[in-house]
Design a protein around this ligand. Structure first.
Ligand code: FAD
Length: 444
């Protein structure tokens, strides 16, 4: 392989096992080569080498693809983790973020200037995969999804060229990279729009028994159309101290006083068994779930977008795919509200679809013993299936092993009709296929 500024790891090398480990501990694949890219030229060389030697390519940023798409078995992993620099221009409110940076690195560089852009809820997630699939976070109802805040992309293409994609240059590619995932090339740099963001936040969660939960969640749902864009409504179902519980709450970005009315409305919905409110700084908020969503667990997810939340959907959420909401090792699940600035943007403006979602549902199974793999996955699938009748689509970044069906749920036919010609243009041989794949229409 030609000169590499970063490094190359092969099986048996020190650091190899660490470099191939990703967030989901179920992913145990062994690339033939891991190219730790420290420059754009390294990415070009890695793609060339893989193509010349017929090696399957996986692209790794934060390593949080739920199904572990970053790691190719016996292939070449383009490991972008050394490319993690973030540069901020506070005057112009811009950030230039290399393709392997984590969300925490973007937040930490922006917040000292009182700035931020929409980023996800767990700081060890990669900017790369999250942005290319859409990017939902606590600022999205005010400023749009993460992909809506990308001004330009620098991309290394399947044939080793470096191109820029923005509103003027390669505008169709710019459209596709905002939601179309890693299908079109390797993004070596993102240019983001930043916003003045208060450093204060408020997080509220009220916990209810299963008996009270349906009534509370109906009231919580009815708050959605009028709630301030500073707030993102949240709900959760799972176990607390071994008891099934449902929480209804919200995350508020801004001075906590502003959230008083909403908190009072939430409290009026029922009698909680517990209440937790906290006032973390914005940076603390962005790290709040880092441990609970930590590495080294076995994981499986099922997700849906829901355009509305009927009473029947609420019942299904509370039951978790079981008869009565009680059961051994049921997955936990969350609802996170969309709307606001996400829905202001016309659906055809980006490859990301389903901007009309009221909420995103994710059922998440987390365990450690491989003997439980089958039962945990089956329970999560059952939970997902129970919500399917109410679904309006799926978020590509929450897909796991749905294959073609999942891609069709993430992108409606009119989006696929535009994404496939784009794939034909930029990656006709489907070099980048280890992803939620949009296959080219020609012979691959
Ligand atoms: P990786 O596994 O490194 O990458 C995933 C795929 O993205 C790769 O296979 C590749 O196809 C592509 N890719 C990544 N970087 C590049 C690049 N630079 N150029 C080209 N292709 C690239 N999503 C949200 O929207 N909001 C959330 O709050 C949120 N929270 C999450 C929390 C956790 C704990 C986890 C595990 C996931 C969360 N997600 C969230 C979903 C997340 O957006 C996806 O899992 C995403 O794919 C993670 O990106 P990554 O770079 O970390 O993953």
């Amino acid at each position: 392989m030609e000169h590499i500024d970063g490094g190359v790891l092969t099986p048996g090398d020190e650091g190899y096992d660490g470099a191939r480990a990703v967030w989901n501990a179920m992913v145990d694949r062994k690339p033939r080569l891991i190219v730790q890219c420290a420059s754009r030229d390294d990415v070009v060389a890695a793609i060339r080498h893989a193509r010349e030697n017929d090696l399957e390519i996986g692209v790794r940023s934060g390593g949080h693809s739920i199904i572990g798409h970053a790691v190719p078995d016996d292939g070449l992993m383009i490991d972008l983790t050394p490319l993690n620099r973030v540069r901020v221009d506070p005057q112009r409110r811009r950030a230039w973020v290399q393709g392997g940076a984590l969300l925490g690195e973007l937040d930490r560089a922006s917040q000292p200037h009182g700035l931020a852009t929409t980023a996800g809820n767990v700081s060890h997630t990669g900017v790369g995969g999250l942005t290319l699939g859409g990017g939902m976070g606590w600022l999205a109802r005010q400023y749009g999804l993460t992909c809506d805040n990308v001004i330009s992309f620098e991309v290394v293409t399947a044939d080793g060229r470096t191109v820029r994609a923005d509103a003027e240059e390669n505008p169709e590619l710019y459209w596709g990279l905002r939601g179309g995932g890693g299908n079109f090339g390797v993004v070596t740099e993102f240019e983001f729009r930043l916003h003045p963001v208060a450093q204060q936040t408020l997080v509220a969660d009220l916990w209810f028994t299963l008996d009270d939960a349906a009534g509370v969640l109906r009231g919580w749902r009815d708050l959605a159309p009028t709630v301030s864009r500073a707030a993102t409504l949240t709900a959760w179902v799972g176990e607390v101290d071994g008891e099934p519980r449902v929480s209804a709450g919200f995350v508020w970005i801004g001075p906590p006083e502003g959230a008083g009315e909403l908190l009072a409305e939430l409290r009026s919905l029922g009698t909680p068994v517990a209440e937790r409110t906290s006032e973390p700084s914005y940076l603390e908020l962005q790290r709040m779930d880092d441990d609970i969503e930590g590495h080294a667990y076995r994981r499986y997810w099922k997700g849906h977008f829901l355009r509305d939340l009927s009473d029947a959907a609420i019942e299904a959420f509370i039951l978790r795919g079981s008869q009565d909401g009680h059961g051994k090792a049921l997955p936990y699940a969350s609802l996170q509200a969309y709307g606001g600035a996400i829905a202001d943007i016309p659906d055809e403006a980006t490859a990301f679809s389903h901007r009309d979602a009221l909420v995103e549902f994710v059922a998440a199974a987390k365990w450690t013993d491989s003997a439980e793999d089958e039962s945990r996955i089956a329970a999560a699938r059952l939970f997902g299936t129970s919500l399917a009748p109410y679904s309006s689509g799926a978020y590509v970044n929450a897909l796991t092993d749905e294959g073609r069906t999942g891609v069709q749920r993430a992108y409606p036919p009119e989006k696929l009709a535009r994404l496939i010609p784009l794939k034909n243009t930029w990656d006709p041989d489907n070099v980048f296929h280890l992803n939620h794949n949009i296959p080219p229409s020609g012979p691959a």
